[in-house]
Design a protein around this ligand. Structure first.
Ligand code: SAH
Length: 345
C-alpha cells in the first residue's frame, strides 16, 4: 500500500523526494511542515521550492480534516466532529486537566467489535482510519485551540488493534522528535483485548501505555457484554497483557465500566482483584455512560465509591474516572451517531 504524504515515515519521505531529485534535507523540512508546524496546505511551506510544491500538490493531496461541529462543555471538555477527506465522520474529544490537555482520538470510522454498552458500534465499521487521519484529529484541535497537546489517548471510536499497521505508523509519527515529539509515556492505547495485537505492540519498541477494556472479570459475563470475548478467553487476554508488561515495563490499566446489577456484584470484586493483583494493574472505574439505545444503568456515586473501597482493601490500585462533558453527548460515538441519524429524530 502506498500512503498519503502525512502518513509517510521520514525515510519514506527521503526516498520520495530523491525521486524528485531533491537533497535529503528537504525531506526534513517537509516532515517538519507536516507534523511539527502541521501545515494545512503546500502554500504554507514557503522554504520549499515552488516547483516542488506544485509537483507534490498535483500528485499527493495533503490529508486534512474538516471541523463539522464543536461542542464545549461547562467543564472545559470539547467534543469535535470531523469530516475525513471522503466526508466520513469521526469524533474526537479534548479534555483539560491540571497537568495539561489530553486529546482522545478515533482509530476507525465506526467499529465492528459490538460491545453492548457502546454507542460507537451501533452503526458497524465503515473503514479504517489512515495514520494521517488519526494525526489530523490532534493537529486540528491544536490549530483550533492554540493550546499544546500533552497527552493522546486512542480511546475514541474504533478498535486500534483492528487497524494495527496504521496504528503503529501513527504512533511512530506522533512520538517522532521532529514532529509533535510526544513522549511515549504520554500516549495510551485502549483495546477491547485482541491478544495478537497486544503481543505485537509489545515488540514494536514503542512502550506506550496500554489500557485493557476489561468490564467483566470472568468469561461468562464478559461474553455477554463483549462479543470479542467469545473469540478469546480472559486467560489469553491477560497473558498477552502480562507479556506487554514484562516487555515494556509499562503498568497496564484495566478499564471497568460499572453497570448497575451487572458487573458490580461482590464476586466481581473478588475476581477483579485476582486478575489485577498479580499483574500490578491499575483499575479505572467508569460509571457506565447510559446510552439511550441500550438498557444499562450506572450505579450511584456511593455504590461506585464502595466498589472502589473494597478493591483497595485488597491492595489494588483504583481510580474513578471523572465524568467529563456529559452535557455534550459525552459517551463514545454519541455525537456521530446522532448526526448520522438526525433525520430520524
Ligand atoms: N476499542 C477500544 C477503544 C475505544 S472504547 C477499547 O475497547 O478499549 C474506549 C473506552 O470507552 C473503552 O474502555 C470502552 O469500553 C469504554 N466505553 C464505551 N462505551 C462506554 C459507555 N457507555 N460507558 C462507559 N465506558 C464506555
Amino acid at each position: 500500500m502506498t500512503y498519503d504524504l502525512r502518513s509517510m515515515l521520514p525515510e519514506e519521505l527521503t526516498a520520495l523526494l530523491r525521486e524528485h531529485g531533491q537533497p535529503a534535507y528537504r525531506a526534513g523540512q517537509l516532515f517538519s511542515w507536516l507534523h511539527h508546524r502541521q501545515a494545512r496546505s503546500y502554500e504554507e511551506m514557503t522554504d520549499l521550492p515552488a516547483a516542488l510544491r506544485q509537483t507534490l500538490a498535483g500528485s499527493m493531496p495533503l490529508t486534512t480534516v474538516r471541523m463539522i461541529d464543536r461542542q464545549i462543555s461547562r467543564d472545559g471538555t470539547e467534543k469535535y466532529l470531523f469530516a475525513m477527506p471522503d466526508d466520513r465522520l469521526v469524533e474526537s474529544v479534548l479534555m483539560r486537566y491540571r497537568f495539561g490537555n489530553s486529546v482522545c482520538i478515533s482509530s476507525q470510522v465506526g467499529c465492528r467489535m459490538g460491545c453492548t454498552f457502546c454507542a460507537s458500534t451501533l452503526d458497524g465499521l465503515e473503514r479504517n482510519l489512515l495514520p494521517s487521519e488519526m494525526l489530523e484529529q490532534i493537529y486540528e484541535i491544536h490549530r483550533t485551540t492554540g493550546e499544546p497537546v500533552k497527552h493522546v489517548v486512542v480511546m475514541g471510536t474504533g478498535e486500534p488493534m483492528d487497524n494495527y499497521d496504521n496504528l503503529v505508523r501513527f504512533l511512530r509519527l506522533l512520538t517522532h522528535e521532529k514532529g509533535m515529539g510526544l513522549s511515549r509515556r504520554a500516549v495510551t492505547v485502549s483495546t477491547c483485548g485482541l491478544p495478537e495485537g497486544i503481543r505485537a505492540l509489545a515488540e514494536e519498541g514503542l512502550p506506550v501505555n496500554l489500557a485493557l477494556s476489561l468490564h467483566a472479570p470472568e468469561d461468562e459475563l464478559r461474553r455477554r457484554l463483549m462479543p470479542i470475548a467469545r473469540r478469546y478467553t480472559l486467560a489469553e487476554v491477560i497473558d498477552a497483557c502480562r507479556y506487554y508488561y514484562t516487555q515494556t515495563g509499562r503498568q497496564i490499566t484495566f478499564e471497568y465500566a460499572l453497570i448497575r446489577d451487572v458487573n458490580d456484584r461482590p464476586q466481581d470484586v473478588e475476581n477483579l482483584s485476582r486478575l489485577a493483583g498479580p499483574l500490578d494493574a491499575h483499575i479505572n472505574l467508569i460509571p457506565v455512560n447510559p446510552v439511550r439505545e441500550r438498557g444499562y444503568r450506572e450505579p450511584g456515586g456511593a455504590e461506585v465509591q464502595a466498589f472502589k473501597n473494597k478493591l483497595e482493601k485488597k491492595g489494588i490500585h483504583v481510580s474513578i474516572r471523572r465524568v467529563m462533558g456529559r452535557d455534550i453527548d459525552g459517551a463514545c460515538g454519541q455525537l456521530r451517531h446522532r448526526r448520522l441519524h438526525d433525520t430520524n429524530q
